[in-house]
Each structure stands twice: as C-alpha cells, then as structure tokens.
Design a protein around this ligand. Structure first.
Ligand code: EPU
Length: 418
C-alpha cells in the first residue's frame, strides 16, 4: 500500500490550479443516464471515486471516451440497471444512479450503501421522496429494487437538507409528470452545478441555491456539454495549507463565492486573503490565532474542511472549539493528530483544540478522505523528521495528485510504494 512521506518545515509558495469538484462530477456523470446520446463533460477530475462511478456506468452499458480532462459519455445503449455491492460498498455516492435510472427506465437495482467511517449515513430521505413520487421500493438481499411507471411530481420536505438526496430527486423530477417542489433542499454549489447542467439538457428547474427548488418535469431531455465547477474543498485545503505554513500562495481557478465561510475563518486566524483575477491569494500569518468553527450546510462552514481546519488550530495561539453538526463520527483524525503532539479533547460533537507551538512528525494512518488531507497538512509543519501518512487510498478517492500539487508549491512531500 502506498504511503505519503512529508518532511515538514517548508512554507508553501507559488501558484496551484484547482481541479474539478468530485462532488459535482459524480452527479453530473449520473445525470448523463437521463437521456440517450453523447454528453461532453469538462474538468472531470482524475479520482478513484470518478473511476468507480464510471465502472458502474460501464456495467450498465455506458461508453466513455477520455480526452485530457474532457470526458465523452455515451448513453445510447443501456442493458442493465444494477449497481453491484462490490462497487457501491467502495463509494456511497453510487446511490445517485437511482433517480436517473428510475426516471429513464422505470427500474433500478442498487446495492443499499452501508455506513462509513464518518457516520451511519442513511439514504432514507432519498427513498421516501422517490416513494412519494410513485416508485415501488423493496429491499432484497441488501439491494434496493425500484420500479415505477412515469414518476409523478410531489411536494417533498427533506427533514435534513441532504446534498445527494436533493440531487437524486432533482434528477428524478426533471422527467416526472408535473411540478415537483423540494423544500428544505440542500443549497450547496454542487447542487446548483447539477441544476445548471440539467437546464442545459432541457430541464425546467428554478430555485437551486435556495432551500426551495421547483422542477417542472419534461418528457425528454437532450445530451449536454458542461464544465464542472472547481473543487471548493480542494481549494480550501490549499488556503489552509498556505495559512499553516506562513506561505504565499495563489489558488487559481477557485470560486471565492463558494468559500465565503472558509475565507472568513482563515482570515480570522490571521491570514491575508485577497481575491485576484486568478483566484485567491493567501499570505500566511506569523502567528495563527485560534478561531471557533461549527460545521453547517452551505453557506456555513463545510464539514469536508473541518479536519483540515482542525490541523490549523493545532498550531494556533490559544484554544478553539470545533463543533461538527453534520456527521456523528467525524473526529476520527483526532487520535492521529494527537500522535503528532496535538492537544485535543473531544466531548460529544465538540472538540476543544489547545494550540501548541509545534507539531511533531510521526507515522499516522488516514481514516477517511478529509482526515487524510488534515494529516498531510499537519505533516507540512511537523518538526523532528519525516511524517508518514499510511492508507492513502482514502486520499486518492477525492484529491487529484495532491502531493504533486503541494510539491509544486515547495513542500517536501512524496509518495512511496510500500
Ligand atoms: N441524512 C439522513 N438521511 C438521508 C440522507 C442524509 O439522515 O437520507 C443525514 C446524513 O446522515 C447527514 C446529513 O443528513 O447527517 C447530511 O448528509 P448529506 O446527505 O447531505 O450527505 P451526502 O449527500 O451523503 C455529500 C457529500 C459529502 C459531504 C456531505 C455534506 C457527495 C458525493 N458527498 O454527502 O462529501 O460531506 O454531502 O456536505 O456529494 C466528501 O467529499 O468527503 C464527503 C463526505
């Protein structure tokens, strides 16, 4: 198994380009299933999760032609409706195929995703919404078997704003009969990006980016050409890295409007952040101030940057309180950060971080995607030798060539084959 090795103590300097967003690419690929034809998707990141959804879609009969970061997706012939356990168990977002398959074919068989390291992560809200649109759903041998005639519009209230749930139902409703209303919908930029793509396909959607989305179903959609938005979580990881190392970095291609809460918190920690024509220009502070954060649905502080921000707070002056409100088990990085000398106390969904002058290098283990990034950030500033981050297959699920990008910024970081 590969590991990442970091020799800490080098400030990040220079420019780095952000890749397309994983969490926008996955629904965009799923949306291609809604209609036969050839779709063209630009800025598709080269990531394990993207290859996983491609593998499932290939099993369904979809053909892909890759040309740099452009992907042609041909959905003319689908001869299967199943997303198998072997693949779904490695990526829960496979549930995104359910809405489009039902909308186009009236049937789907998708392995029910299990829990994952960060929480139980049920999909009950996706299923309840599809049932209210007329889908018959049964659970057999761990698979959701779904069937319907043409889906019918419904008024859906999500108990919790769910990102993939909102995306799944938006895709299903795009071809349902009638006017669907999604209330308490997720407002994340990835939801908006999907709505933009669906509109290019001919869907009638309004209100994305707010908590009420209106969708008037159409009978047919067309293939589209669409460029995926930049990955705000990758961009935020570079912003935090620049702040931690006292660096000077331009994060190119990032969307400041997708990162307002993060920019505000990293500024409060002492970094100078300017919006330039190229993206975000970040200058790290001499002293990092402690700042409290609470993860919230967009436009709040994203849970997907909580672990990385915690790494920053580990070397801040003073104490900070970090509250995780989205997932019930998203502090698994804490015990690894402690191995590097961090002083963190967990009490339920709150972590009290007492900032230290320095972190120390150590062998550590990645436990999920964003935890991996947090440990790499800690490694960039750790003293006393090399930090080794093991189990980095988690990292490869969602960051495109992260170690190459950090190296390009002057970090001493490399990948070693075990
Ligand atoms: N929830 C339910 N029932 C449901 C759906 C969600 O109870 O049917 C709960 C979840 O357990 C959680 C909350 O609602 O407590 C919000 O979960 P959400 O459904 O929004 O999460 P998701 O759609 O499964 C996406 C991202 C995650 C990101 C979350 C929150 C994708 C593919 N995944 O997950 O990304 O953390 O939204 O913003 O878009 C990551 O990239 O590392 C990652 C985990």
């Amino acid at each position: 198994m590969d590991k990442i090795v970091i020799e800490g103590g080098y400030a990040l300097e220079g420019k780095v380009q952000v890749s397309g967003a994983k969490n926008a690419a996955l629904p965009a690929l799923s949306a291609c299933l809604l209609t036969p034809g050839t779709h063209r998707l630009h800025h598709i990141p080269r990531l394990k999760d993207v290859y996983t959804i491609r593998k499932i879609m290939e099993k369904l009969g979809v053909r892909f032609t890759e040309n740099g970061d452009e992907l042609e997706v041909n959905t003319d012939h689908l001869d299967c409706y199943e997303a198998p356990y072997e693949l779904v168990k490695t990526m829960r977002a496979s549930i995104l195929l359910l809405g489009p398959l039902l909308a186009r074919y009236g049937r789907a068989r998708i392995s029910l995703p299990g829990g994952c390291a960060i929480g139980a992560r049920p999909v009950n809200l996706h299923l309840k919404a599809l049932a209210s649109m007329g889908a018959e759903l049964t659970l057999e041998q761990g698979y959701i078997n779904a069937r319907c005639r043409r889906l019918k519009a419904a008024e859906i209230f999500f108990d919790i704003p769910t990102v993939t749930g909102t995306e799944n139902i938006m895709m299903a409703a795009a071809m349902a009969s009638g006017h669907t209303v999604l209330r308490n919908a997720a407002r994340e930029p990835e939801v908006q990006d999907l709505a933009t793509m669906l509109r290019k396909m001919g869907a009638h959607i309004q209100g994305d980016g707010t908590d009420t989305i209106h969708i008037i179903g159409v009978e047919h959609l067309n293939p589209a050409t669409h460029a995926i938005i930049p990955d705000r979580i990758e961009a935020g990881t570079f912003v935090i890295g620049a702040a931690m190392t006292g660096g000077n970095v331009v994060v190119e291609g990032s969307r400041p409007d997708h990162l307002k809460a993060v920019i505000e918190k990293v500024r409060s920690a002492g970094a100078e952040i300017h919006l330039t024509g190229e993206g975000l220009h970040v200058e790290g502070p001499e002293t990092i101030h402690s700042v409290d954060i609470k993860t919230m649905p967009f436009p709040g502080f994203p849970t997907d940057l909580q672990a990385q921000f915690m790494a920053l707070m580990c070397i801040a002056q003073g104490w900070s309180m970090i509250r995780e409100t989205i997932f019930e088990n998203r502090f698994i990085h804490v015990s690894e950060l402690r191995r590097m000398g961090a002083d963190i106390e967990i009490n339920g969904s709150q972590a009290l971080v007492r900032g230290k002058d320095r972190l120390l290098s150590a062998p550590v283990m990645a436990t999920d995607l964003r935890a991996s990034a947090s440990l790499i950030l800690a490694g960039l500033v750790a003293e006393g030798g090399k930090t080794e981050v093991h189990r980095i297959y988690h990292l490869d699920r969602g960051y495109e060539a992260l170690e190459d990008k950090f190296r390009q910024l002057g970090a001493h970081i490399w990948r070693e084959k075990a």
